[in-house]
Design a protein around this ligand. Structure first.
Ligand code: PAF
Length: 279
């Protein structure tokens, strides 16, 4: 497994790879969710590139950039064992050199949900992902369904900017009790970790209501809110039942609707989602 940091070294190493090239962009502190994307990329592509970069521009001023968990030696060992060909470890100066002043902004689909609660977040995500795509030039790029709005935003960006990449979405990988894997789960203490199952419980309760015939989106959202309200360690940020591509809130729920939420468990903000009509 080759490791590079500069763009020049990345481009030289990329040029030696057999195609199609699969790319898994990450912020490190890898878990089974990331590895499932790497495995899928391995199965579908001749070569796999992974980037590890904790992108400062997608964190708000009061968010967890400094505290964001990092463990590079462990990440590299996991990627080596997974058979990754090339790892790109850019520094902030490589991505945002002095004088940097160009940003990529996607409009409507970034406005609700995460975009409304985390101003500037998606501007940071789309800018860094556009830069990563330009440098790596992957044939396929792999993202997790857990960040459903990020997927919709990146798809929109790739379409609008004619980026010749296929966006592939991997299912959310869950702990045995249903908690979606996330590097931020590391912040939870024992009590909070137990409470954190409320996200999947709320989503499953809403799905169950749908299975019983409920189609009113307000009623579905209310069911999710009720599960969250019953947990003293939790504070709701938002619940949503929206169109999976536009993220516009629905009045009536049908197969394909995206149920999603953000909840603070203690001080940790967790997100999760489920698409109606899937497992
Ligand atoms: O999902 C993530 O880990 C990040 O948002 C990404 C896509 C690597 C961009 O920094």
């Amino acid at each position: 497994m080759k490791k590079v940091d500069t763009i020049e070294a990345l481009r030289m190493a990329r040029a030696t790879l057999a195609g199609p090239v699969g790319f898994v962009p990450t912020m490190g502190f890898l878990h089974a969710g990331h590895l499932s994307l790497v495995e899928r990329a391995k199965a579908e592509c001749a070569s796999v590139v992974v980037s590890i970069f904790v992108n400062p521009t997608q964190f708000g001023p009061n968010e967890d950039l400094e505290a964001y968990p990092r463990d590079l030696p462990k990440d590299l060992a996991m990627l080596e064992a997974a058979g990754v060909d090339l790892v790109w470890l850019p520094t902030p100066e490589v991505i945002y050199p002095p004088g940097f002043q160009t940003w990529v902004e996607v409009e409507d689909v970034t406005q609700p949900l995460e975009g409304a609660k985390r101003p500037g977040h998606f501007r940071g995500v789309t800018t860094v992902v556009a830069k990563l795509f330009n440098a790596v030039e992957p044939d396929r790029a792999y993202f997790g369904q857990k960040d459903a709005q990020q997927v919709a935003v990146i798809r929109q960006m790739a379409r609008d900017l004619n980026v010749p990449v296929e966006i592939v979405v991997g299912e959310t990988v869950r702990e045995p009790d249903g908690l979606a894997m996330s590097s931020r789960n590391n912040y939870l203490n024992g009590e909070e970790r137990e409470a954190a199952t409320l996200l999947i419980r709320a989503l499953r309760a809403a799905k169950e209501l749908y299975a019983q015939g409920e189609r009113n989106a307000d009623a579905i959202r209310e069911r999710m809110r009720a599960v969250i309200a019953a947990e003293p360690l939790a504070r709701l940020d938002y619940v949503s039942s929206a169109h999976p591509e536009t993220l516009v809130e629905l009045e009536t729920i049908d197969a394909g609707a995206l149920l999603s939420m953000a909840v603070f468990v203690g001080k940790t903000r967790l997100i999760d989602n489920l698409v109606i009509g899937t497992k």
